[in-house]
Write a protein that binds this ligand. Structure first.
Ligand SMILES: CSC[C@@H](O)[C@@H](O)C(=O)COP(=O)(O)O
Length: 368
């Protein structure tokens, strides 16, 4: 997608042919900083400290991280250490494991001298595939927005609520939940996005809002707690969110607070869609609440806030009293029963084993 007229992806190979460029998302929306990853340690840090974040981008960064690692040590031991290091960065998004396993499967049979080149190649394929998958999610999701527009008066915008950042910054390009918004906007469908601020890290207020500003998409940032009220008053036509891990039964795990939005949507008869690339499906598990590991992050993300001061400095301040303990679970699970449908690269399906298998029949052959 474009930033001030220049097309960017969130991750790409540097002109030197080996180091990896990323947009440092911890600096947005106030500074647009492109940084360089040159080692396994830097790639692992970028994922853990959330310079890159969002399930699909975590997977692509892990793939490039393995390539950087194999450039330094292509031995079997080097491969295993690198895979374990990357795997330990963040526990919830299943794309991390998927990206690592995909590169590992490609390079393991090769002689050590051939591994790094093959890993770079596989990482590039993963990145290209993700961009294509997300564009396709955009097409399928835009059809749902168009259908909602047809139910409204002429020129009346479709009001879409989203949570966290599931835009192009969370993927290699286009996004998951925001891809339908970008495609529908491109198609001239009148729309407006309610952007949940998404405490504690404010991915909505800082990243989603930034993307929408850059693309001229009408939107309004709201406090996380406002969504239910807006739904009760008919001011939300549909919700679209992303997911970090989707079970074979259609439960979805996404940024903390997603579940409460799904409950409010259910109570108010507002369709609640979840957009996902198929690598986000964990076909091995069924019950999201019991089986998905939820990342617990540093409490300072809750007790502190970072932002721009009036005189242009970026500062962090504390909002809790000294001595208050804080808890920071980073994700929650929305059971499939609250999900109206899943939007995938192959089309829209019910959030159920049958719905998913109808779109991904090859999974039935391997027993899911
Ligand atoms: C591609 S979108 C799906 C999710 O990755 C997104 O909604 C999300 O929860 C990201 O969480 P984050 O903690 O910012 O990595």
């Amino acid at each position: 997608m474009k930033v001030d007229g220049i097309a960017y992806r969130t991750i790409w190979l540097d002109e030197d042919g080996w180091s990896v460029r990323i947009i440092d998302q911890t600096k947005l929306p106030h500074r647009f900083v492109v940084t360089r990853l040159t080692s396994l340690a830097e790639a692992a840090h970028a994922i853990r400290a959330m310079l890159v974040r969002g399930a699909p981008l975590i997977g692509a960064t892990a793939a490039y991280g393995l390539a950087l690692a194999l450039r330094a040590d292509p031995s079997d031991a080097g491969l295993e250490t690198a895979a374990a290091t990357l795997m330990a960065t963040r526990p919830t998004a299943v794309n991390l494991r998927w990206g690592i396993e995909r590169v590992r499967a490609r390079v393991q049979p090769l002689a050590p001298a051939e591994r790094a080149a093959a890993a770079y190649d596989e990482a590039a394929v993963i990145a290209d595939e993700d961009a294509a998958i997300c564009r396709s999610i955009g097409e399928h999701g835009a059809a749902l927005i168009r259908a909602a527009a047809e139910r409204k008066g002429p020129g009346e915008p479709v009001n879409i609520l989203t949570h966290c950042n599931a835009g192009w910054l969370a993927t290699v390009d286009w996004g998951t939940a925001l891809a339908p918004v970008f495609v529908a906007f491109e198609q001239g469908i009148p729309l407006h996005v309610w952007v949940d601020e998404t405490r504690p890290r404010n991915q909505g207020a800082s990243l989603t809002a930034w993307e929408l500003v850059k693309h001229g998409v009408p939107h309004t940032v709201i406090a996380d707690n406002a969504g239910g009220h807006l739904m009760q008053h008919g001011r939300v036509d549909l919700c679209i969110v992303g997911t970090d891990r989707t079970t074979a039964d259609g439960d979805v795990c996404n940024k903390i607070g997603t579940y409460l939005k799904a409950l409010a949507a259910h109570d108010n008869g507002v369709p609640f869609y979840v957009a996902l690339p198929s690598p986000t499906i964990d076909w091995r598990i069924h019950d999201g609440v019991r089986e998905i590991p939820i990342e617990e992050r540093d409490g300072r993300e809750v007790s502190e806030l970072t932002g721009l001061t009036g005189d242009g400095r970026i500062e962090t301040i504390r909002v809790t009293p000294d001595g208050s303990p804080v808890a920071n679970p980073a994700f929650d699970v929305t059971p499939a029963r609250y999900v109206t449908a899943l939007i995938t690269e192959r089309g829209v399906c019910a959030a159920s084993p049958g719905g998913l298998l109808a779109l991904f029949p090859e999974r039935a052959a391997v027993g899911v």
